[in-house]
Design a binder for this molecule. Structure first.
Ligand code: NAD
Length: 417
């Protein structure tokens, strides 16, 4: 199986071939501009950390920071590259970057987590900033961590600088709507896709059945929107495993429990039906193979691969996670008529939300949640339409069309440098 970064490089090469990007420009776009590798000391423990700035031809570097025990440089390079293509596809004045710390954040005390977050900023503060590189949350990080990081950065530069990070709490200069932005964006893209496919799509169930892997920021927010809009969410999961409920899961009930306890408590399945629970508990791998209409990976990369492709039964895969499908698996799935809506399109609502937060922080303004979501909706509809035009023009997959569009903008800017 190719690594996540190799997989991303293949997509970039294919897009460059179709967009007729000269070889020397492609070579520049395949290499990260800068790789920062450092260690963060917290008490007696040391943690490996990275920030990769991939490309800034279109504007400042932008991308989240991940705290995860399996993080590694290959992953951060791939995620940073994906950010370059995503910000371009979304029509933003941004480039791409990503950061990570190899850590099981759940094993840290609140004090240690704060120290780790502040330590990350102390290590790289001269390399980031509101006009240089603006980080945001990703797996294992949240608005509290962005608040600590913003505070630490502000202390180092000697003044309050909320536009140095996005994904902050609203109380600390965050944007209304940013917390739900990624899930909301995914819902908008799915809505546009279903409108476009209309009757041509073989949806087996009415309402459509959905399985969602990952119930963090992205998975839980899209689950709630789908639930509110009449989809039947039959399976959800977190790192501990998956739950299945034939009649559908009552997502607000799960969210309520998660808010109070911090976890999806088990054994329970939170059935919508009052006929009692037919709950099944199984693994994250089994969730991916369910016979549902729409599969939403919203946790980690490479989960759909050569080992399980043959058993994937969903007709539509909405990639809310970054890089969940390896290229070999995608070829087989697309060959079987499965529609894969790629990460850089499906989860672009997050960075669009971040862009609006950055603007508000720069101008010291607060917009209402309705305004923010309306703007995200419009921006995503535009991105979807552009991808559709390119898809039809070249008769290519959703993913290739998304990368071609992204490549056209970046390559044009890069050749002017
Ligand atoms: P999160 O930390 O809020 O949630 C991650 C979820 O995945 C949790 O439910 C966790 O239990 C689960 N998980 C962790 N390890 C797992 C494993 N090995 N198997 C199955 N589940 C596992 O993270 P998030 O912000 O929701 O990010 C999820 C995905 O979406 C990532 O791929 C991230 O890069 C991508 N993404 C996030 C944003 C954002 O705004 N947060 C934006 C774009 C893309």
């Amino acid at each position: 199986m190719s690594t996540f970064f190799e997989n991303t490089q293949k997509l970039v090469e294919e897009a460059a071939r179709i967009a007729q990007v000269p070889g020397d420009v492609l070579a520049r776009l395949q290499k990260p501009d800068k790789i920062l590798e450092f260690k963060i000391q917290v008490g007696s423990k040391k943690f490996q950390a990275w920030r990769v700035q991939h490309n800034n031809a279109l504007g400042l570097y932008k991308g989240g920071i991940r705290f995860h025990p399996d993080s590694n440089l290959d992953e951060v390079k791939a995620l940073a590259s994906l950010m370059t293509w995503k910000t371009s596809l979304m029509g933003l004045p941004y480039g791409g970057a990503k950061g990570a710390v190899k850590v099981d954040a759940r094993a840290l005390s609140a004090g240690e987590l704060e120290e780790l977050s502040r330590g990350y900023v102390r290590a790289i503060w001269q390399e980031i900033g509101p006009q240089k590189d603006v980080p945001a949350p990703d797996v294992g990080t949240n608005s509290q961590i962005m608040d600590w990081m913003t505070d630490e950065y502000s202390k180092l530069v000697g003044h309050w600088e909320p536009s140095a990070f996005t994904g902050k709490s609203v109380e600390k200069g965050g944007s209304r709507g940013r917390e739900v932005a990624t899930g909301f964006g995914g819902f908008v893209i799915l809505r546009e896709f279903l409108k476009f496919r209309n009757s041509k799509l073989e949806i087996r169930n009415s309402p459509p059945e959905v399985a969602i892997q990952g119930f963090g920021n992205v998975g839980s927010n899209i689950a709630k929107l789908l639930f509110d809009n009449g989809f039947r969410v039959v399976a959800i999961s977190d790192s501990k495993g998956a739950l299945y409920e034939e009649d559908g899961i009552d997502i607000p009930k799960v969210l309520d429990v998660k808010e109070k306890t911090g976890i999806i408590e088990r054994p329970r399945c939170y059935a919508v039906s009052s006929h009692g629970e037919t709950c099944k508990q199984f693994t994250n791998e089994e969730l991916l193979e369910l016979s549902v209409d729409i599969l939403i990976p919203a946790a980690l990369e490479n989960v759909i691969n050569e080992a399980n492709t043959e058993r994937i039964k969903a007709k539509v895969i909405l990639e809310m996670a970054n890089g969940p499908t390896v290229s070999e698996a995608e070829k087989m799935l697309v060959g079987r008529g499965v529609e894969i809506i790629p990460d850089i399109l499906a989860n672009g609502g997050g960075v669009v939300g971040s862009y609006f937060e950055w603007l508000q922080s720069l101008e010291q303004k607060y917009w209402g949640e309705g305004d923010v979501l309306k703007k995200i909706d419009e921006q995503l509809v535009r991105a979807f339409q552009t991808v559709l035009e390119i898809k039809n023009k070249y008769n290519i997959s959703w993913r290739t069309a998304s990368f071609v569009r992204a490549m056209e903008r970046v390559a044009k800017a890069a050749t002017k440098l």
